[in-house]
Design a protein around this ligand. Structure first.
Ligand SMILES: [Zn+2]
Ligand SMILES: [Zn+2]
Ligand SMILES: [Zn+2]
Length: 135
């Protein structure tokens, strides 16, 4: 026989391959793949594109049921509805109350200096107290 190619093996299951399939770049596996592994990987990557974990609680959800965090929250990934609601509540709370004494913040509110490492805004009293304490 003139045509003779060396046998090739699937990089995943190590079976000898009759019909080679090329793995897609995003699968992070080497080519070639056998038919079975190729189909498996196709399914996996399809699944990954329709399902994702909520970044807060880690539960798996359909991407269509997940919410994009608001840009103010400064986070990446997707959130499930309950984590989204919780986050929004936290954020609104943080926004409206002094992060030290919990007093409701009116129109006048003060941002902490970054070296105070406080998360949230302050009322005038707490801001003054922090300033005296930490400079
Ligand atoms: Zn295989
Ligand atoms: Zn969640
Ligand atoms: Zn305060």
């Amino acid at each position: 026989m003139i045509f003779k190619s060396k046998p090739e093996f699937c990089t995943v299951c190590k079976k000898q391959i009759t019909h080679k399939h090329k793995a897609k770049k995003e699968w992070n596996v080497k080519s070639p793949l056998c038919g079975d592994c190729y189909v498996d990987k196709m399914k996996e990557s399809y699944d990954a594109s329709v399902h994702q974990n909520c970044v807060a609680c880690g539960t798996r959800h359909k991407v269509t049921d997940l919410w994009e965090p608001r840009w103010q929250w400064d986070m990446t990934g997707l959130l499930c509805k309950s984590c989204f609601d919780k986050k929004e509540e936290d954020f609104t709370k943080k926004k409206n109350f002094c992060c030290i004494c919990g007093a409701k913040l009116g129109f006048l509110r003060y941002n902490p200096k970054s070296k105070w490492s406080l998360d949230g805004q302050l009322c005038k009293n707490c801001w003054d107290a922090q300033k005296t304490k930490n400079g």
